[in-house]
Write a protein that binds this ligand. Sequence first.
Ligand code: PRP
Ligand code: URA
Length: 237
Amino acid sequence: MTETTTSSGGRPSLPMQGIPQPRRDEVLDLPRVHISTHPVMAHKMTALRDKNTPPPEFYRQVKEIGALLAYEATANLTLETVPIETPMGPMVGERLAGGIGVTPILRAGLGLAEGFREVIPDAQIWHLGLRRDGQTLQAIAYYNQLPHRVDLQVCYAVDPMLATGGSAIDAINVLKRRDIPRLCYVGIIAAPYVLLKLSQTHPDIDIYIAALDESLNDMGYILPGLGDAGDRQFGTF
Ligand code: PRP
Ligand code: URA
């Protein structure tokens, strides 16, 4: 969990205190938001949220949920035809047209990106490091391994937690400078607040999530959520 600094009076800073948040039902019909309805996803989410799930199991679940989300988010990818020979003779097959990019938002996006690689092994992985400041909730960029050559049909930015949207909006801003034809954001849990903000700031991107939660607490953590997704994956409590 990102350390919370204290104000001059010694009280913990509460950056979301008093900030109005939309209700869950107010964001359910946003046109580019896709919330999984798959029962296997719901089953895995329970294990993920459970506070007694230890880091190795938590990481495994993030990876598996990543693979399910990849399957859902790639359902409308563009194909091209390719002539091949089966052992029985010639046929025209199909393959993905153009490269697929996956941008894990470090650290917590690493497990999700691994899940994507299970589904699309030759996806390019473009690492981007963003750390949320616990006091201001602003995202701070600290690592960027985006290549200069772009030959993708789509890039999926992946991060388990979409809370205030600072990280998601900054990540999409960075990716938009690369002229990628299509961008998507993929997360495990989102708060209503981020869905409204991200949809308004970047109305041209699709957002895929496993679950839509109730709200953010005063410190910007998702309720009921799962706690800190980075710490729970990597055991850094
Ligand atoms: C978490 C999470 C997102 C961000 C979400 O990362 O993985 O990147 O916070 O919050 P936001 O929507 O308010 O920006 P964190 O900064 O804790 O870094 P970590 O992945 O290294 O744990
Ligand atoms: N980041 C997390 O890891 N969890 C939250 O609930 C919010 C931001």
